[in-house]
Design a protein around this ligand. Sequence first.
Ligand code: AMP
Length: 218
Amino acid sequence: MRIVFLGPPGAGKGTQAALLSKKFSIPHVSSGDLLREAVTEKSAIGLKAKGYMDRGELVPDEIITRIIIDRISRGDAKTGFILDGFPRTERQAKTLDESLSKVSLSLDAVIYFETSKNVCVERLAGRRVCGKCGVNYHIKNMPPRKDGICDHCQGELYQRNDDKVDTIENRLTVYSQMTKPLIDYYKNGGLLKEVSGDLELEEAQRDLSDILREAQAA
Ligand code: AMP
């Protein structure tokens, strides 16, 4: 089952993908996480990507596309994957289609998280991430038991540079200009399914599980 999660930053794609990846036993492939790992490792790719990420801009298509294609070619993605945050441009979407079709594969569904702007801003501005294990929290909606400390590994929580208010605005603008057109791209390909990103975690999870089960049965 090969699935793409599409939607603005703050739509809840990452949180849902992490839960569903366990439920359906397929890897959660987050382009943002892979880039952040490269930044932490200070690899050549990470050094190139950092500035774009801090400004809330997209990293060049060639860089991210190579990372994702390599990742989904690995053994654990043979039975499928949930792509979260990729593709973000039409060029990325076309390259993904081409590279899957070279091995006689295709996407099964693209799930669009329709989300209001105020919900996205509120979620992003309140997000805190564990510096050690990467688990996400929200200061209001999903607070850790102890302020600033991860429940799972006792790591320290931090706010991502690109979750500061000025950068959030820029990310949402970039989304509208570069990524939103993919809704039509996938609608025309007959792959698009919609869920509301405004829903609470569990409600959205139920809708998504239904869609994924259908895709699995097809
Ligand atoms: P995310 O964690 O998905 O919000 O991504 C964080 C940042 O990584 C984005 O603001 C971009 O700078 C970069 N990024 C993630 N995915 C992509 C992509 N598919 N294309 C270009 N840049 C990306």
